[in-house]
Design a protein around this ligand. Structure first.
Ligand code: BG6
Length: 484
């Protein structure tokens, strides 16, 4: 199956923080892959803007090196890389001063789509927004892209929203949560709202519980200082896992347009019950013989920040009252595996008797790796000797079903950046959504601080602290195994 490339209009994309880590690892490699796919129209240009002194040639060399390092297979096609780099320009800029702004104003062509990517610390959002207007770079048609973390609590998120609102309309602001750009996450919507099969069962009458797991094998080494001020609840739950929960739990929007989808997600966040303390388990990875502990990585021997968290959440609405959502995420776990498991209830009456055992339908939506979906169904074990039941997967690994190209679907950043150029905000968070997510998260974080809660240590390469298993065991349930 050949993926279709939908043409977009020519653009000038300015990336503030153009020499930074995110730009080098994600943004430029993503743009390059879109270029290779033929989606970067002729005449489009990407302008890096940052504090460091470079001319355009030096900047191209720096980005070329980053693409070779982080761009995957496509990055090794050298003649294409040179062609791509020719579309890059650079300006040395002082985000809080005057340097570089007139030069940038002379570069950006107003007759093209203009997007400004703020790949910088949130403290610079205000100064950048202000200067874009002061130098006539931005108008009603420009778009700005902002990265997470969007604040660290409700107060700071409100302040950021207010600063941006001084200069831009909500329709111009693209707040990135890269989980929304993942292929399977969108497929989740396609499966729910493109089929009649699941929707009638998608409620507390038929769904026993839902598990959302984002497990990583990496630690926080290298960014321990930053991470230690954040922790898994702020870094992952408030945004990525919250977005997954919203897509699973939301009502069908009337249309697949930005505000219809985001209205429904917002209703879910607002219907979330506060999480009680004994429904939260926090953990921190221990040292091994060869690897440092979380506290070593964080550079604080007394750190109480969590590198793992498991939570039980409840949604108070007609559809979900009585169906718990269990969320868990952590670093240095046994495998890199992100999935959503929708565990359906038992059949109402067991006609095959106790010996047949307990069998449940489980729909697994696999985010990474091996993107795909599996529905576990119960069938008869072949052969004579009575009615023995067995669970088999109805498997839909995208690569198997749609060919290898499906496994190479654009990564999250490719899709999201192109959506900015297209002017489609569906996969971006609206301001009120981010604020509602913080409003729910704040009491969790505050409660932990007030209780002087200390995270439980866990061994590297496991599924986190044992208490996380108890959280489900108490409810007569168990986590699915974390495996690739
Ligand atoms: C980022 C977090 O937003 O998402 C990181 O700050 C985390 O801590 C990352 O590792 C996970 O993203 P992915 O796409 O690798 O699952």
């Amino acid at each position: 199956m050949v993926s279709r490339v939908i043409p977009v209009d020519s653009f000038d994309l300015v990336i503030f923080g153009g020499t930074g880590d995110l730009a080098r690892r994600k943004i430029f490699p993503a743009l390059y892959r879109r270029f290779i796919s033929g989606q970067m129209p002729e005449g489009s240009r990407i302008i890096g803007a940052a504090r460091s002194d470079h001319n355009a040639l030096e900047f191209r060399a720096l980005i070329g090196q980053a693409i070779r390092e982080f761009g995957g297979a496509a990055a090794q096609i050298d003649n294409k890389l040179k062609e791509f780099l020719d579309n890059l320009d650079y300006v040395t800029i002082d985000a809080k001063g005057t340097n570089g702004w007139s030069e940038l104003a002379g570069m950006v062509r107003k007759d093209l789509v203009n997007a400004f990517y703020f790949s910088v610390a949130p403290s610079l959002f205000g100064p950048l927004a202000e200067r874009l207007h002061a130098h006539n770079l931005a108008d009603q048609t420009s778009r700005i892209v902002v990265e997470k973390p969007f604040g660290r609590d409700l107060k700071s998120a409100k302040e950021l929203n207010a600063i941006l609102a001084l200069h831009f309309d909500e329709e111009q602001i693209y707040r990135i949560d890269h989980y929304l750009g993942k292929e399977t996450v969108q497929n989740l919507m396609a499966v729910r709202f493109g089929n009649i099969l699941f929707e009638p069962l998608w409620n507390s009458q038929y769904v026993d519980h839902i598990q959302i797991t984002v497990a990583e094998t990496v630690g926080v080494g290298g960014r321990g200082g930053y991470y230690d001020k954040s922790g898994a609840i702020r870094d992952m739950i408030q945004n990525h896992l919250m977005q997954l929960l919203c897509l699973i739990a939301m009502e069908p929007p009337s249309r697949f347009d930005p505000n219809s989808v985001r209205d429904e997600k917002l209703k879910v966040i607002r219907a979330l019950e506060p999480v009680v303390p004994h429904h939260i388990v926090r953990g921190q990875y221990d040292a091994t013989q060869t690897e440092p502990s979380y506290r070593d990585d964080a550079g604080d021997p007394k750190s109480r920040t969590e590198s793992f968290v498991a939570l039980k959440c409840e949604i108070s609405n007609w559809r979900w009252a009585g169906t718990p959502f269990y969320l868990r995420t952590g670093k240095k776990l046994k495998a890199r595996a992100s999935e959503i498991a929708v565990v359906f209830k038992d059949a109402p009456h067991a006609i095959f008797g106790q010996e047949a055992g307990r069998h449940r339908n489980i729909l697994i939506i696999r985010l990474q790796p091996n993107e795909g979906m599996t529905l576990g169904v119960t069938i008869k074990e072949p052969g004579p000797g009575g009615m023995r039941l067995v669970d088999v997967p109805l498997d839909m690994t995208f690569a198997d079903a749609l060919g290898p190209e499906a496994a190479e679907a654009p990564d999250a950043y490719e899709r999201l950046i192109m959506d900015v150029v297209r002017g489609d905000q569906t996969l971006f968070m609206r301001g009120d959504e981010v604020e509602a997510a913080w409003k729910w998260t704040d009491p969790i974080v505050q409660g932990i601080a007030e209780r002087h809660d200390v995270p439980k240590p866990y061994k590297v390469g496991t599924s986190g602290p044992d208490d996380a298993n108890l959280l489900l065991k108490r409810d007569g349930r168990e986590w699915r195994e974390i495996r690739e």
